[in-house]
Every structure is written in C-alpha cells, then in structure tokens.
Design a protein. Structure first.
Length: 768
C-alpha cells in the first residue's frame, strides 16, 4: 500500500470507474481510479417495482440486492419507504432518466440525474482542488484507490490554488473562415507559433510536439469546442495519428466528433451552446463557450466548481444556475431528502384576481422629471443582494411556502400581500444553500476593499462568480425546469422585495428626502431643497432602513448630476433602467446607454465614452451647458472621421445574436441576410450564435449586398475597398450623442447636426 498527497486536479468516469488526477505541491501528476456504484430510489406500486427490478437484473445492472429504506420526501416532509437500487453500470443512468419522460406518473424515481462524478465526490466528501491523501495499490500499472482523506474544507473562504501552466489556442481569422484558409495560433509562456491549417497531418504532428514539450495543465481556446478541437480530432482519426492533448492514455473513453451545438430559449433570449470537448488529465476551457469564464475568469470557475462539486471542465461550460442546483442537491442529501429527478411542484390554482395580485414582479417608480431630465445632488442607495437575502432571512424555499406541516399553525410568517404561509419547522434547502453563498460573497467583498492585498484580482473573480450565482438564484425559483423550484416561492420573494423598497422610500422621506426614482432594489433620492448631500446624512438613512427591513442598505454614490435619457419612442418620457451621471468624486456611472450595449459598433461606443468623460469634468449642469461648443467639437471630430471614410471597418462592425436557424428566416432583416450569406460560404449559423456585419452603401439594389459579414470581407484580397454606409453610421453616432445631450442641449433639432448641406451647421441649429 502506497500513499500520495495532492490537489484533486481532474475527475471523470468511464463505465463503473472513476478516474482522479492528483497534482502534488511540486507539480507531479498521478492518475488513480476507483469503483463507484450510484444509488437511486424508487417509489411505486408493488407490481411496477417488480417489473423495474426484473429489468435491472436482465441488464445485469445491480451491484446489490434491492432493499427498502426510509427516506424523507422533499415537498411533503414525511418519511416514506422507498426501494434502494445500487447501480453496477453508472452509464445506464442517463438512459433511465430519458425513459422517465414516457413513464411519468407511473412511478417516482430519485437521485437518478445527479452527475456521476458529483455523486462520487459527495460520497467521499471531496471536491475539485481539494487537498487529499490517497492510499492505493498498483496493479497492471494502474493505481487502485483504497482510501481517501481530505485535509481541506469545502466551506473554507481562503484556499490555495496551484500555479498552472497555460497554453492558448486560437484561429488567426474568424472561426467561420474555412480551416483550409486559416491558421492556428499557439501561445505558450515562452513562444508564439502560427501553423497553417491546410495540412492537417503536419498540423497535428507540430501541435503534438509543442504540447509534449510545454506540457500545459490548461489549454485555453477561443472557439475550441465549436471549431478547433472537432477539426483536430477528426483529422487525427482520419490520419490514424495519436494526439497528445489528453494526459490519460489508459482509460477507454472514446469521443464522437460533433460540431452542431444546441440552441434553447431562456427568458425570451435564444442561447447557443457549442458541443463539449473536455480533455482527460488536462483542462480545456473555451473562452467562448461558457458564461462564468466571460464574467469571472479562471478563478471564478474554480470557486463555483469547489462549492458545487462539479468538475472544473463541466463548470466551465455550465450556467451558474446549474452550479446552484448542485449546491442545493448537496444540502438536500445532507438533510436526508429524496432528490426529485425533475421539478414536481406545480403552481396552485388561482383566480384571475389572485394572479393579478401575485404576478407583479419588482417594484419600479418612474423617474421624476418634472424639474428636467438632468438633476443635481442625487444619491443612490442600493440594497445589498436583496432577493437572495430575502430568501435567507424569510426562509423562502419551494418546500417551505404553503407547507402542509404548518397548515394550522397561527404563528407562521405570512408573505405580505399574498397571504402565503412560510414553514417554521424546518430550514429550506434553497435558503440554507444561499446563506453560505451570501456569506462567502460578503467575505470576498470585504477582502477586495483591502488595499494591502496583492491577490485582489483573484478575489474579485471569486466575488463576481458568486454575484452571478446569487443573481440567478431568484430566477431559478420560478424556472419551469428547476429541480428546486416553485412559482409561489418566486412570487413570495418579489412580494417581500416590494415591501422593503416601499419601506426604504418611507424612511428616506421621513429624513427629508424626495424619491426621484426607484427600481427593484435601489432608490434615488434628493433633498427637498435640492441642496448638497453628505455621506453622514445618508449613513443614518441606511441604518434606519436596515433596522426596519433587516437587509443592509449601502450608499452606491452621490451624483453631482444625474441624467435620465428620454425614450426613443416618447421624447417626453424617461426609461426605467437607463440613467447616467457623475459621482462627486468625478467617476461616471451609466446603465442602459449606448456605451454599455453590445449591439453597437466599437467606434460609436468609444465616441460616446469620450463625450461622457468630457461631461464628467464639470460638477454642475450650468458648467456643462456653458461649454456646449466643446462637446459639439468632439461630436464633429468623430462625425468627420465617418464622413471621410477614415474609420477602420473593423471598428464599425455590428454584433447581433441570431434568433433563428438559417432556414427559419422569412423576412430579409439584417440578421437573416447575414446568416444566409454565411450559409452560402459554407458556414451554418445556429440560433443563438453571434454574428458581426458591416452596413455598406445603401444605393446597392441587392439587399443581400447591403450587409457584409466580417468573414466575407476577410476573404477578399487586400486591395478590396470597403465603402461603409456613412449616413447610417452618422445616424448611429447622432443617436448616441442625443442620448446623453438632449437633456442639456440649447437646441432641439439634432438632425441638423448631420445635414447633407454642411457637415456641422452649428449656427443654423433651432434654439429652444
């Protein structure tokens, strides 16, 4: 018997074997395996149970004789007798889960859709990058685990992460340019390589040599899942070449080459997810195929993988909602609950009046513009993580709302305005899971404010990943496919939120402030005499709000001036979630404006940013207005560059997300034209994928030539002249200028700024 200490670097399964890679402090990596037999539970009539057991015996899928055991039902909170099945072939579990759809209602099955590797880690009390010691014996050059000891705690806030060696792979041109016309760029710590992709055999051999020589722990790619690795693995198979991408050369895992991803609708948005190409013994992280990496980088992935017990490469491709679900599963298992295979709590019947009362969402007060669209001396106060803290504070969870155990208890807490009961006999799974996440984020936020820390970048990444998990936690309560979800619990959170926002408004008004604007979890207030606001004044307001709501209210900032841009549909009305302003320290904050949007060209966003930065030089509205010619000059500079054709076409590309597959478009809108153009070039774009295009000369008769994809332009030779539509981009620039200046301008006819008669006819502007 031997032992080895190290961090749990990678974990995956093949058939009934679990493979674990451990990385020692010195960087040595060793592969171990263990056997694992997942357990599922079935509740059904005796005749159905007999059929299920018989079928499992026919498949030789049972590791033990089935027996009955006592478990607790999640929603009903009562002990029942269920049949325990120990599965000898874990690979059958996905098939079992798929068949449930057809047999729904005939029997209930539990724990069947828990990730196999996650189930193993729960059983052993380990998690990704836990510091372990394994005892093992070696047989036939394979290390069989006999025991595991974990030296770290999953709830630790501060933990060590080894230094990883990273290699980057990306394509020289767009991922939609055919590979035979592209090149693969490889970056290591010491070298940069560029290898043509038109000779696949040479490419594989050269890449193998680089990987062997550098031996990276992480291969970070751009479009690796969608394009690069499918191409590399297919080329390797066709040419019978063994690749060096995986460290594991012993397991029997086989890959099927897949290039088509999945598209799904969530909250009215079509999302595209590329196929998954994890590596074995290394991490492959695709920067374009995962939300967490985009928002929180590598440390964010590690943070969520640790607390959710999802393997690193799965977490890199998963949503924060999936991570939260597995944290809740962990809590449910510790509470001895039977974990349902899908959401089973249906919405209770409601009258039309009940629906009207319950389905209100967050509370919004329209911005007060009776004194103009731009105001001075306005403070913004924010509730800190209001909805997650409401769930923790008031014990809101699917099983605690209108529970059966407290039906006749007169002392239960009642949801305001809805009358729902909240259980006072047990802690909810969701509220229990969130309490630790809220605590973790508060710890990291405090650390990030410590100016002496040298690891603030990593702390910020961890804090950001938890922020997005908490943001999704509320939505998952009402999500139709959430394992731990119930619409009444979702409605309860918003009901408490509305009450607390009203309380904050009343407290602020009692301190002599007027409410200017409020949206869901923040309020904008101004003194009745419009005078300066000090932080000392606001601190007392925040303390009183916290005392009455039990949720921390923080000072987001004090604006020296704050603008609520007018709606493009109605110039006399502001938009609830769009504002911009200058804090008293000179910093800018904006929400919903052009410079914050993803569907505007870089050039237009940078132009607005420059104009906004100029505005932030001034503390008062009057100072800004007296210097109007300066901001007009900034506008003129950018407008002239567009008019003269001097802006690089790359900076004018417009990015959109497609809402349909190519064959589903019936109207020649820009996205449809672009998608069909890409299809003609041999590139199929699925719903939810992002496309980028340039708007060219409007005089062209063919609509198909009105919008040029970046791929079409890149394929042209260097002498190809790009003539973008100057009028179109000037109008975009004007729109971005009007958004930030219309509330301050001395004129109202902005269209004259891009008149064809003269470039900038300042003298002819119609004055107010």
């Amino acid at each position: 018997m031997e032992t080895f200490k190290g961090y749990l670097f990678d974990i995956y399964h093949s058939e009934q074997k679990i493979y674990l890679w451990l990385r020692s402090d010195s960087g040595e990596l060793k592969l171990f395996f263990d056997e694992f037999y997942p357990v599922i539970y079935v509740n059904a009539a005796p005749n159905i149970l007999k059929k299920i057991v018989k079928r499992f015996y026919e498949l030789d899928a049972l590791a033990e004789i089935p027996n009955f055991t006592k478990k607790r039902l999640f929603y009903e909170n009562k002990i029942v007798s269920v049949l325990k099945l120990v599965i000898s072939k874990p690979q059958l579990l996905p098939k079992i889960t798929n068949k449930l759809f057809y047999l729904y209602g005939k029997y209930d099955i539990y724990h069947s859709d828990i990730e196999i590797t996650t189930g193993y880690m729960v059983e052993k009390g380990i998690y990704p990058l836990a510091h372990l010691e394994v005892s093992y014996e070696t047989k036939k050059n394979q290390r069989k685990i006999k025991g595991i000891q974990c030296f770290t705690n999953i709830e630790d806030f501060d933990y060590e992460v080894p230094n990883f060696k990273i290699m980057s792979l990306y394509l020289e041109k767009s991922h939609r340019i055919p590979m035979q016309n592209n090149a693969l760029v490889i970056e290591t710590n010491s070298n940069l390589y560029k290898i043509p992709t038109n000779q696949p055999k040479d490419l594989i051999h050269q890449l193998n040599e680089i990987v062997k020589q550098d031996d990276p722990d992480i291969i970070l790619t751009t479009y690796g899942d969608q394009v690069i690795f499918p191409y590399l693995f297919r080329a390797a198979q066709e040419n019978h070449i063994t690749t060096e991408f995986d460290r594991d050369k012993t397991s029997t895992i086989r890959r099927s080459i897949q290039t088509k991803g999945t598209s799904f609708n969530t909250y009215g948005t079509i999302v595209f997810r590329a196929p998954s190409y994890p590596l074995f013994g290394r991490w492959h992280i695709d920067s374009r195929n995962g939300f967490v990496y985009k928002e929180a980088d590598l440390m964010g992935i590690i943070e969520l993988a640790r607390i959710s017990r999802l393997p690193i490469q799965k977490m890199a491709r998963a949503s924060t909602g999936k991570a939260l679900t597995y944290i809740e599963v962990d809590v449910a298992l510790r509470m001895n609950y039977l974990v349902p295979w899908q959401k089973s709590a249906l919405e209770a019947p409601k009258t039309a009046l009940d629906l009207l009362n319950a389905d209100k969402g967050g509370l919004v007060f329209q911005a007060d513009i009776q004194n103009g669209f731009v105001l001075e001396n306005v403070a913004q106060l924010d509730f800190s993580q209001m909805y997650p803290k409401v769930m923790v504070l008031h014990n809101i969870s699917p099983e605690t709302i209108n529970c059966l155990c407290c039906k006749n208890d007169p002392k239960v807490e009642i949801v305001p305005s809805l009358g729902y009961r909240i259980c006072n006999q047990r802690k909810g799974v969701v509220s229990e899971a969130l309490s630790h996440i809220v605590e973790r984020r508060a710890h990291y936020k405090k650390q990030s404010k410590d100016t002496k820390r040298i690891d603030k970048v990593y702390i910020k990444q961890k804090e950001s990943s938890l922020k997005w998990m908490l943001v999704t936690s509320f939505g998952y309560l009402g999500y139709r496919n959430a394992k731990f979800g119930k619409l009444e619990s979702h409605e309860s959170v918003t009901a408490f939120g509305r009450e607390k926002l009203l309380t904050a408004k009343e407290v602020a008004e009692a301190h002599g402030y007027d409410l200017i604007h409020a949206i869901t979890d923040c309020i904008f207030i101004q003194k009745k005499d419009k005078s300066l606001i000090t932080e000392e004044n606001l601190t007392k307001v925040c303390q009183d709000i916290k005392e009455k709501t039990q949720i921390t209210m923080e000072i987001e900032g004090i604006f020296s001036w704050l603008s609520f841009p007018a709606s493009t549909m109605d110039k006399n009305m502001p938009v609830a979630n769009r504002y911009m302003g200058r804090f008293t320290n000179g910093k800018f904050k904006g929400r919903g404006i052009v410079s914050r949007r993803k569907d505007y060209p870089i050039y237009i966003k940078e132009a607005q940013t420059e104009m906004v930065q100029w505005m932030c030089k001034f503390e008062t509205i009057k100072e800004i207005q007296t210097q109007e010619t300066e901001i007009l000059a900034i506008f003129k500079k950018h407008d002239q560059a567009i008019s003269l054709g001097a802006v690089p076409w790359e900076d004018l590309l417009i990015q959109k997300s497609t809402s349909k597959d190519a064959e589903s478009y019936t109207v020649d809108a820009p996205s449809a034209v672009v998608v069909k153009d890409l299809l003609s070039m041999g590139s199929y774009v699925q719903a939810g994928e992002r496309i980028r295009y340039l708007v060219v000369n409007k005089k062209l008769e063919q609509k198909s030539e009105r919008y040029k994809t970046e791929e079409r332009i890149e394929r042209k030779n260097l002498h190809y002249v790009i003539r973008y539509d100057k009028k179109y981009y000037r109008e975009l620039l004007l729109r971005s200028f009007r958004e930030i200046w219309s509330g301050l301008a001395s004129f109202r006819n902005f269209e004259n700024l891009i008149s064809d008669e003269q470039l900038l006819p300042f003298k002819n502007l119609e004055t107010t």
